[in-house]
Design a protein around this ligand. Structure first.
Ligand code: ZN
Length: 234
């Protein structure tokens, strides 16, 4: 799918190069972007953030935590796969965490063509809920999804703790995170809940429980993002 005709290849997808007097054709850069976007789509990255580059994230100068977050994410992408732990982005709603999460996926597909999968807590819970009612339990579908989330090289797990879950669903999410932990697989998460929230607000542990929080503690580094809801400021 080529929207606007590319100036380099005139929309053909191929460019002619000349090396040592010999001409040869190679894929145009615009095609590479298409391939990355296709892969991002297969990785379940929301359309809204498909192709979101990290550079496009503009930190609010009033909140230095945003610039710090961007820098840390940039080095994570640069260092990958030589990273020993994943990331856990903590910040209240509207600070662009989902966008940042998707950028990590997009940039790493672009850089190394790695296998990525994006999942949102509520979507995962909804999928698994079909397994709670014995009569309609579809273990095959649930197992398939969980195995995909365990097997993928990089898991982007958004909206951690967005809803309270039943013990059965909880056990499944723990199983997934624990399996990845055992296989030393990198996970990058985002959540609206802080470890040390302001008075009267629930903490991340209250939302996702001790077991999951402590596993994540071992496999991710916290990046805290503060500020006002960006969507309201525009
Ligand atoms: Zn082109």
């Amino acid at each position: 799918m080529i929207d606007n005709k590319c100036g380099k290849c005139n929309g053909t997808g191929w460019v002619i190069n000349n090396r040592n007097g010999k001409e040869f054709a190679s894929r145009c850069e615009c095609q590479k972007r298409e391939q990355v976007l296709n892969k991002g789509e297969k990785a379940n990255i929301p359309l809204r953030f498909l192709g979101a580059e990290l550079d496009g994230y503009e930190p609010d100068p009033k909140n230095p935590s945003q610039e710090r977050a961007k820098k840390k994410i940039k080095s994570f992408i640069e260092d990958y796969p030589a990273v020993s732990e994943g990331l856990l982005l903590q910040g209240s709603i509207g600070l662009g965490k989902t966008r940042l999460l998707c950028s990590i996926g997009f940039e790493l597909i672009k850089k190394m063509n790695i296998d990525v999968y994006y999942i949102d807590w509520n979507d995962l819970v909804r999928e698994m809920k079909t397994g709670e009612d014995h009569s309609s339990r579809d273990f095959y579908a649930i197992n398939q999804l969980i195995n995909r989330l365990i097997g993928v090289e990089l898991l982007l797990f958004d909206e951690l703790g967005a809803s309270h879950v039943s013990p059965w669903v909880y056990d499944n999410i723990y199983y997934l995170i624990n399996k990845r932990y055992n296989h030393k697989k990198i996970i990058v998460c985002a959540t609206n809940f802080y470890d040390n929230p302001s008075e009267g607000k629930e903490s991340l542990t209250q939302r996702i429980g001790d077991r999951i929080r402590s596993r994540l503690h071992e496999v991710t580094r916290v990046i805290e993002i503060n500020g006002n809801d960006r969507r309201l400021e525009i």
